[in-house]
Design a protein around this ligand. Structure first.
Ligand code: FES
Length: 82
């Protein structure tokens, strides 16, 4: 199980965090159930660089919904593939 946290703090929210969450959710549907946990998060302290996403110990900043497929393939899909 991989946990993806998307900051839903006010700064990230204004920069499109909701669309980022939806993009991750849509891609997660292509994986078997129970492989990915997508959560909203409080501010991660990187507001100037938002939208901020954390996958495991790794932070991603400046994320837009259009960035999500690349990140998902590289850091999520590969990690949960058998
Ligand atoms: S509001 Fe997202 S890092 Fe602060």
């Amino acid at each position: 199980m991989i946990t993806i946290e998307v900051c839903l703090g006010s700064s990230c929210f204004l920069k499109g965090a909701d669309e980022v969450v939806q993009a991750f959710q849509k891609l997660a549907e292509s994986l078997p159930p129970g492989k990915v946990d997508i959560r909203g998060s409080f501010c991660m302290g990187r507001c100037q660089e938002g939208v901020t996403v954390r996958i495991g110990d790794r932070y991603f900043t400046g994320i837009r919904a259009s960035d999500v497929p690349r990140i998902f393939d590289e850091f999520v899909r590969q990690a949960v593939s058998p």
